[in-house]
Design a binder for this molecule. Structure first.
Ligand SMILES: Nc1nc2c(c(=O)[nH]1)N[C@H]1C(S)=C(S)[C@@H](COP(=O)(O)O)O[C@H]1N2
Ligand SMILES: [Mo]
Length: 249
């Protein structure tokens, strides 16, 4: 968010000549320039406010009977199989990249943070949706604990699975990363996440399409750019199938 604020300010200042700063005249060109900048600020603010709006939430009786598993529905690494067998007692979520204090958090630590529960609709580009209840800490809490640096523009999500031989990953910008409904879910409809839905941890990014909601989450990384990660398009489907990086709904 600081990055967005900073850019808004810089863009506004660059458009204002020095004279207009000392005497913002009430008539003439200075005033119209001032109004242009004002208008730009208002437009930028409106656009940001729209991105921060909440996705619809539903009542418990509106939940779908099941949320199918899509894409990877299991992970066949020894670490994962062992985790599944022992309740993921040794599973650690790494928070790193452009942060002041890298973290490694176990499930108990994540569950001890303030939790958010939300009943939302998952929309997959393949043409299905399902309403379900998700619980977990907000991503913003983890980012604040780690202290995201000013240079960070995006957050990368690393996953334990591979799909057709390639590691699954995704990324979002700071507006979605700090969105109140962006949570690291460990529970689905009040139960620990099933394997098919991303156990033990998966992202919920409610203003985005299904493929952004990384399952089998192992790491969260703050970066300035995702150009150098895999094919540089910011996600598995973006790299392999040309899906849009910004999948806002
Ligand atoms: N790690 C990982 N995350 C993933 C996928 C995947 O294959 N691997 N598939 C994505 C797609 S396309 C969708 S629609 C949702 C499906 O979530 P679900 O299996 O809980 O229905 O997860 C997304 N996250
Ligand atoms: Mo999907």
């Amino acid at each position: 968010m600081t990055e967005i604020k900073r850019r808004t300010l810089l863009a506004g200042m660059a458009a204002l000549p020095a004279a207009a700063c000392s005497e913002i005249a009430d008539t003439g060109p200075a005033r119209s320039l001032f109004e242009t900048v004002e208008g730009w600020h208002r437009g930028a603010h409106r656009a940001l406010a729209a991105r921060q709006a909440l996705a619809p939430e539903y009542a418990p009786d509106e939940r779908s009977p099941d949320i199918r598993g899509n894409g990877s529905i299991s992970v066949d690494t020894p670490e994962y199989r062992e985790g599944l067998a022992n309740g993921f007692a040794d599973w650690r979520l790494a928070v790193g990249g452009l942060v002041d204090t890298p973290l490694r958090l176990g499930l108990d630590e994540l569950k001890a943070l303030p939790q958010r529960t939300q009943i939302t609709r998952h929309d997959c580009v393949e043409g299905w949706s399902a309403i379900a209840e998700w619980t977990g800490p907000q991503l913003s809490a983890l980012l604040d604990m780690a202290g995201v640096r000013e240079e960070a523009n995006f957050v990368i999500f690393r996953c334990a699975d591979t799909l057709y031989g390639r590691p699954y990953y995704e990324s979002v910008d700071m507006v979605d990363a700090y969105h109140p409904q962006t949570i690291i879910a460990h529970a689905l409809n009040g139960e620990p996440l099933p394997e098919k839905n991303g156990a033990p941890l998966r992202m919920r990014i409610e203003r985005q399409l299904g493929y952004k909601h990384a399952k089998y989450l192992t790491g969260i990384e703050a970066v300035a750019s995702f150009e150098d990660i895999y094919d540089g398009k910011g996600g598995y489907w973006e790299d392999t199938n040309g899906y849009q990086w910004y999948a806002g709904i």
